[in-house]
Ligand binder design. Structure first.
Ligand code: C2O
Ligand code: CU
Length: 536
């Protein structure tokens, strides 16, 4: 432990030295001293639930024949009911964890991997040193202790590795799982539960002829993000969901590195959305299709009654165009060889299922008849609408420009650097902030810019979407996705399309320290499309 803290001190000294020139101008450096890894349980924290999570290199049988080497998290309940975790054995998925709002939990993370690593609780409102910022990464053989109270409302949250510059690879290897929170408000509603409440983690992967996960990091893959050629549901290939002729609650997580889904039932059944990232909506919404970007979650109410036993239904990803019409694919345009076809906007893909193409995602099979008379509630949970006039910077929104150029993916022209807070990245604690993500909306397109959708994620509290604006040159493509956005409710990821500006309101309450903002296309994140915000 002593050595850990010393190491941390040395790092801080190093950062302080690098930042010396800035010290005078930015008093924030004094704050840096507060950051230290937590590797001891605190005596005055009394958890309701205590779980040990251990990361190991493991071989599992995903396919017949050769086993697949994955990075697997396995959980053990030390305190509380054993039902709070499902280890998802036989898959690379990390355990599904289930908690209640208000519970105090302790999560003991042991890293047995031959690499540094750290886990982040995506969507949860926790103190900065419990949030899994890359600066807290632990080495093989080390332990990190997370202790926090669950303040979030009921929803489908998740967790995943957040290790500096290798997040994409680590999540791909298996370091991601669900973190489901329930609360009294949700329990009071008559929603399908138990076996009728089904989490579905959607991810894409590629396997080689030895059944091993393949992940290359050549330039094309990094610029566009990894696209696999096989859809995995809950870590399984060829997954089929058996259902009875009744209503289900389906919780979808897009846990893919970069793949964006435009989901629709193949028989035209509308999609009934009851919840998004940060929990249930105020009222259900019906859409012909829904967009699901990396990191986003959607909860669906799906009624299979009246269907014929032994029939199938497929949730497909249907075509959309993600690039700006006729727009500047300058650097990717010429000469890049790759198998697979061209995307709508001219980007070549190395996947046999390019982004925006048509492919099946989830197969459902009706296996038995069952009587039920579930009624979709007209009203779900109340949501307090945030108001622009309550924001601290109503007249002066904080603009975050998104850009990709050459080999870099940037936020406000900056690449990620650990502990590198600039004056415009400081946010006063207990304020509401008006933030706009500008993806080529105002700037226009220059030759060397690459137009891509960016699913933007902010750590800490959930936000609300205020408005979406699209420039005229991007309208045509935008219309292939627009009707699939759910802009109501609490969000922690918002997909920002090329030529679009999305304005959000985000509270920064309770906790000081570093909270990240980044693109949840994990290859983009690792390329530097990430910054820390210092709340103080
Ligand atoms: Cu889901 Cu900073 O991540
Ligand atoms: Cu991005």
């Amino acid at each position: 432990m002593a050595s850990l803290i010393n190491l941390q001190r040395r790092n801080l000294l190093k950062y302080a030295a690098i930042g010396m020139a800035s010290v005078a101008t930015y008093p924030v450096w004094s704050q840096a001293i507060e950051f230290k890894r937590v590797n001891q349980p605190s005596a005055d924290f009394h958890p309701d639930v205590e779980i040990e999570l251990t990361q190991n290199v493991t071989d599992i049988a995903i396919f017949e024949g050769e086993k697949t080497r994955v990075w697997k998290v396995t959980g053990k309940v030390l305190k509380g009911s054993s039902e709070v975790i499902d280890n998802n054995e036989g898959t690379y998925l990390a355990p599904t964890l289930r908690f209640k709002k208000g519970q105090k939990i302790r999560l003991i993370l042991n890293n047995n991997l031959p690499a540094q690593s750290i886990l982040h609780w995506h969507g949860l409102h926790v103190p900065a040193n419990m949030d899994g910022n890359p600066m807290y990464a632990i080495n093989q053989g080390e332990t990190y202790i997370y202790e926090f109270e669950i303040r979030n409302r009921a929803s489908t949250y998740w967790y995943h590795a957040h290790t500096h510059s290798v997040t994409a690879r680590q999540v791909y290897s298996g370091l991601a799982g669900l973190f489901i929170v329930s609360d009294d408000q949700e329990m009071a509603l008559d929603l399908p539960r138990g076996d009728l409440d089904i989490p579905l983690v959607i991810q894409d992967r590629s396997f080689d002829e030895h059944n091993q996960l393949s992940y290359s990091s050549h330039m094309m893959q990094r610029m566009q993000g990894f696209l696999g050629d096989r859809i995995m549901i809950n870590g399984r290939p060829d997954f089929v969901l058996p259902v009875a002729t009744r209503t289900y609650r389906l919780r979808l997580l897009n846990g893919s590195n970069s793949r964006i889904y435009k989901l629709a039932w193949d028989d035209g059944t509308p999609i009934t959305v009851i919840g998004v990232d940060g929990g249930l909506l105020e009222r259900p919404e019906q859409h012909g299709f829904v967009m699901l970007a990396p990191g986003e979650r959607l909860e669906l109410w799906m009624d299979f009654s009246g269907r014929v036993v032994d029939t199938e239904l497929t949730l497909r990803s249907i075509p959309f165009d993600a690039s700006t019409h006729g727009g500047g694919m300058g650097m990717m345009g010429g000469g890049m060889g790759g198998r697979g076809g061209m995307m709508g906007g001219g980007m070549m893909s190395v996947s046999s299922m390019p982004s925006g193409s048509d492919y099946p995602v989830l197969k459902v099979r009706v296996t038995k008849k069952e009587q039920s008379n579930d009624k979709l509630p007209k009203v779900l949970t109340p949501i307090t609408a945030l108001r622009v006039t309550d924001s601290q910077n109503a007249a002066n929104p904080k603009t975050i420009t998104l850009s990709m150029q050459h080999m870099s993916a940037l936020l406000n022209g900056r690449s990620y650097k650990m502990n590198d807070i600039q004056p415009d990245e400081i946010i006063p604690v207990n304020t509401l902030q008006l933030i706009e993500f500008d993806n080529g909306f105002s700037g226009g397109m220059h030759g060397m810019m690459m137009d891509m959708p960016h699913p933007m994620h902010l750590h800490g509290e959930q936000f609300q979407i205020v408005k979406r604006e699209v420039n005229s040159g991007s309208q045509e493509n935008y219309q292939t996705v627009a009707a699939g956005f759910i802009n109501n409710g609490w969000k922690d990821v918002v997909l920002v399309m090329p030529g679009e500006k999305v304005t959000i309101l985000k509270p920064f309450n309770d906790f000081k320290g570093l909270f990240m903002m980044h693109c949840h296309n994990l290859e983009h994140e690792d390329m530097g499309m990430m910054r820390d915000l210092l709340v103080q």
